[in-house]
Design a protein around this ligand. Structure first.
Ligand code: FES
Length: 124
């Protein structure tokens, strides 16, 4: 029921962990299942995302989408990363089963929350 890409990112997630002295941190939770995702950003002085790490307490689809969103965000400007949608993350994983689509919401939402936190703490 899961694509090879989902299984790959679930069994071998990229960019797991925390960034010490992160420039932005975002955390979101899914009220229906109780899963939590936290994203840490490192942003250079040109507003390009240099590094992203994540910690997710959640299901396999949440882990896979976290991993994918970190790969998609690294190297993007903050404005470009803000355009990343939950659907784009799910598509990059070759789709998710319909009953698991809500899990992908956490990934882009956590990224956007981290960008918002970055902007707020840097007065942008
Ligand atoms: Fe909670 Fe997937 S079941 S995020």
């Amino acid at each position: 029921m899961y694509s090879d890409k989902v299984m790959d990112h679930f069994t071998n997630p990229r960019n797991v962990g925390e960034i010490d002295k992160a420039d932005g941190v975002g955390e979101v939770g899914n009220a229906s299942c109780g899963d939590i995702m936290k994203i840490f950003l490192k942003v250079d002085d040109k507003g390009v995302i240099e590094d992203v790490k994540f910690k997710t307490f959640g299901c396999g689809a949440a882990i896979a989408t976290s991993s994918m969103v970190t790969e998609m965000a690294i190297g993007k400007t903050l404005a470009e990363a803000e355009e990343l949608t939950n659907e784009a993350v799910a598509e990059a994983l070759d789709g998710l089963p319909s009953q698991k689509m809500h899990c992908s919401n956490l990934a882009a939402d956590a990224l956007h929350a981290a960008i918002k936190n970055y902007r707020e703490t840097h007065n942008l």
